[in-house]
Write a protein that binds this ligand. Structure first.
Ligand SMILES: NC(=O)c1ccc[n+]([C@@H]2O[C@H](COP(=O)([O-])OP(=O)(O)OC[C@H]3O[C@@H](n4cnc5c(N)ncnc54)[C@H](OP(=O)(O)O)[C@@H]3O)[C@@H](O)[C@H]2O)c1
Length: 238
């Protein structure tokens, strides 16, 4: 689908990757861009329409969908991350429930509320922001990774379910991005705008998946190996 004249709704658009998705949509000629934000009173971006949205609250999601009946592209970007001491830590179950509420159920809720609004015939699309941890085993991110793997699975089911209506569904896999979410992590990070540009290029080229950095591309290649990167991350080194 083309961004030109699209009507775009981005969840979690107050900052980070979501704000970059909203700004770049406008730069590529979108007719309207809605920013789904938890606090609209603190959002002020020329040309972008703030809409109150908390993806953990079904009533909030339903109200946002009512405000944006003309949407043609939904970007499920809102997400949270938490680190755990270990996959066995006592707190990890409560953390997993919190993470799933936003990263998995949030995507499901928003998709269910917006799907029927999207136009058929190649004019409607959904972008789901996933992660490289969908496939990469990181013990201190175990619950976060599980929430993204669940969202990936849901993304794939949604893609097949919407094929008949020719609604495109794009999954975005990426490692560390330079946003608030990775503050304090001293690791190589990609710029949000880089991820957004690759995603919109893929969308406009009719593709279904974005692998936004070399680490993620190597990981994906390893999935077909006898010892995939998710079994032994050491196979990815070098
Ligand atoms: N940064 C990375 O390294 C990285 C890597 C792979 C994937 N991702 C994914 O990329 C997406 C964006 O992350 P980011 O790096 O831009 O993080 P960020 O800077 O922390 O921004 C997160 C955004 O999500 C919003 N949000 C959180 N919970 C929400 C809720 N319940 N309802 C509505 N909005 C909510 C936040 O709103 P408030 O301002 O109200 O808090 C904020 O706008 C997430 O899905 C994340 O998992 C990030």
């Amino acid at each position: 689908m083309k961004l030109e004249n699209a009507v775009v709704f981005v969840t979690g658009a107050s900052r980070g990757l979501g704000l970059a998705f909203a700004r770049e949509a406008l730069a590529r000629g979108a007719a309207k861009v809605y920013a789904g934000v938890r606090d609209p009173s603190r959002f002020s971006e020329p040309g972008i329409v703030p809409v109150a949205l908390d993806v953990t609250d079904a009533a909030s999601v339903a109200a946002a969908a009512k405000i944006a009946p003309d949407v043609t592209l939904l970007v499920n970007n809102a997400g949270i991350a938490e680190v755990v001491e270990s996959p066995f830590a006592e707190a990890s179950e409560a953390q997993a429930r919190r993470l799933f509420e936003t990263n998995f159920y949030g995507v499901m809720r928003t998709t269910r509320a917006f799907e029927s609004l999207l136009p058929d015939g190649g004019r409607g699309a959904i972008v789901n922001v996933l992660s490289d941890v969908t496939w990469r085993p990181v013990p201190f991110l175990a619950p976060y990774s599980a929430s993204k793997a669940a969202a990936w699975s849901y993304t794939n089911a949604v893609r097949v379910a919407l094929r008949e209506r020719a609604i495109q569904v794009v999954g975005v896999h990426v490692g560390f991005i330079d946003t608030d979410l990775t503050q304090g992590f001293d690791v190589p990070k990609v710029a949000p705008l880089d991820v957004v540009r690759q995603t919109y290029d893929a969308l406009e080229a009719g593709e279904s998946e974005v692998l936004a950095d070399e680490g993620t591309r190597a990981l994906k290649r390893s999935l077909a190996s006898p010892v995939a990167g998710y079994v032994d991350p050491a196979t990815l080194d070098g």
